[in-house]
Design a protein around this ligand. Structure first.
Ligand code: NDP
Length: 296
């Protein structure tokens, strides 16, 4: 069997193109473009790269990017005051606090302050509660992107067996909720699951969100399953040269590709969807705040 390799990079580019049109239409009717405020604290190089990339893509699709860079020495109180000001600022539709915060700062109370209607990362308790109870709200970006890729090959998943490996609040649990919303029969597996391979082999849709390089192999995959690999792991790659590394997922791609009906590669699968979904959420937030229908 030859699996469909789900091209997340191309899908994300298509989503950004659709959003560009929708953002222009929003601007024409409301008189202003949606605005995304990103808060970066400290000098973490990976966070700086993410924030630059988010800002660039925000502007590229016609939205406003509002960046707040704070030193790692900022006090918890000043950081929380900034979030309060962004909540109150009518020009801000979405607020994202780049995580992790530097040592000494506590992310939990900062995230808890974000207005749920501006919570474009979908990380507040209010957003999680809305998702769990099936009400309209903002959904964490990576799970939203993973779900779009599932629907790109399986538009109707009602009754399908779905197994999500991983139960984090950021990835595993929200993906499970989204699958449930679309009427899949959902199992969530984790580090205490007995006979993980047998549980995974039940899956028509297998989602790996573990953070362990190539942990799921051919033994975990039913013939014809759709395999979504959320994992991003950097491992040593001595074949590429001394000190070199490469990115791999939680799924042993080469071992599984012959069994799956469709599979996401790493890199180039779920990863590129995250920022595109952040932009999507910013437009959604801008519409929801104004009582407009969320159509794109
Ligand atoms: P966490 O470490 O928060 O959660 C990992 C989950 O995997 C836990 O629920 C844990 O179970 C489970 N787990 C660990 N070991 C095993 C095992 N041996 N068998 C079964 N389950 C196990 O990770 P995240 O959810 O934040 O991230 C998961 C992966 O997704 C990472 O590789 C991360 O880099 C990637 N990621 C990718 C993103 C993107 O594409 N943009 C965004 C976010 C994450 P337990 O709860 O029992 O400990």
């Amino acid at each position: 069997m030859s699996a469909i390799i789900i091209d997340g990079k191309a899908f994300a580019a298509g989503l950004r193109e659709r959003l560009t049109g929708a953002v222009a239409a929003f601007g024409a009717s409301v008189g202003t473009a949606p605005g995304l405020a990103v808060v970066l604290v400290g000098e973490d190089p990976a966070s700086q790269v993410y924030v630059r990339s988010k800002a660039k893509q925000t502007v590229e699709i016609g939205m406003r990017s509002i960046e707040h860079k704070l030193p790692a020495s900022v006090s918890q109180r000043d950081l929380e005051d900034l979030v309060r000001r962004l909540n109150a600022d009518d020009a801000v539709d979405g607020i994202l606090v780049q995580l992790p915060l530097p040592p000494g700062l506590d992310a939990t109370p900062v995230i808890a302050l974000i207005d749920p209607f501006k919570d474009v990362d979908g990380l507040t308790d209010a957003s999680a509660g809305r998702l769990a109870s099936g009400r309209a709200g903002l959904v964490p970006c990576t799970p939203l992107g993973a779900m779009m890729l599932i629907n790109s090959v399986l538009p109707d998943i009602a009754g399908a067996e779905a197994v999500v490996v991983g139960r984090s609040n950021l990835v595993g649990k929200p993906i499970a909720q989204l699958l449930l919303q679309q009427n899949a029969t959902v199992t969530i597996a984790h580090s205490r699951t007995r006979d993980l391979a047998a549980v995974c082999r039940r899956a028509d849709i297998l989602v790996a969100a573990v953070g362990r390089p190539e942990m799921l192999g051919a033994d975990h995959v039913k013939d014809g399953a759709v395999v979504i690999d959320v994992g991003i792991n950097r491992i040593p790659a001595p074949d590429l040269g001394e000190g070199k590394t490469r990115l791999v997922g939680d799924v042993a791609f080469d071992a599984v590709v012959g069994k799956a009906r469709a599979i996401t590669p790493v890199p180039g699968g779920v990863g590129p969807m995250t920022i595109a979904c952040l932009l999507r959420n910013t437009l959604t937030a801008a519409r929801l705040r104004r009582g407009l229908a969320d159509t794109a």
